[in-house]
Design a protein around this ligand. Sequence first.
Ligand code: HEM
Length: 229
Amino acid sequence: MGSVFGKRYNVTQDTKELKELHEMSGSWQSGVNQDILGKLQRELDDVVGSRNITDVDIANLSYLQVVVKEALRVHPPSALLSGPRLSTSDVQLSNAMLIPSNTTAMVNMWHITHDPKVWEEPLVFKPERFVESDGGTNVDVRGSDLRLAPFGASWRVCPTKNLRLVTVNLWVAKLVQNIKWVADQGHPIDFREVLKLSCEMKHPLIAQETSRNIVASSRLHNFVVALAT
Ligand code: HEM
């Protein structure tokens, strides 16, 4: 394969680089992060409670939004963006690199979103990195900041990016609002990925789910608030 922005990888054979990619993608902690899940559930209980969540609620769910942002960083579905580009003239990059005319190039978004020069502890799933009040940076994922552009950027940016962002937020919110998730002891969660048309989990996720008693927990929460005031 030709040059790849972010880092050069020869993926046509089992190279050192490919092993490095596999090791990086396999070294995440397995299991369900109950701290993050609990924080997200508390936000959903506080803001939405037991009623059906809708797309209008997303704007008020700031922790949900940073969890989705972090998921798009750690697991960008379009790891190499859409496909190869061909330069029609010489292009001088700001880092002095020259891309000669007639070069086939691909943007390796996966590498950029895992680059330790760009992200602190890039393999750690840490939504707080986007929360300004926690010392993080509010990064826009819709293409204006190339550190995290899971929908691409500029002329070829995904035309459905705004709708998709709301949809993904809504699905995650519904899955977390109504269901309690725990790892299945017989099937440890394997975060390794495989690049097909998009970047997918190498092995499908198997987890145990039980219904959350939202009504009961929300009543309990109101009771606690009433006691405290
Ligand atoms: C979370 C889900 C999605 C992600 C992360 C995503 C990401 C992307 C990316 C990275 C590109 C290429 C941008 C580039 O080449 O620079 C792209 C292009 C595109 N996407 Fe999406 N996409 C998503 C969902 C969808 C869906 C559901 C549709 C259609 C219903 C869609 C329609 C398109 C189209 C038509 C293009 C080509 C735009 C062009 O080349 O001019 N995308 N998307």
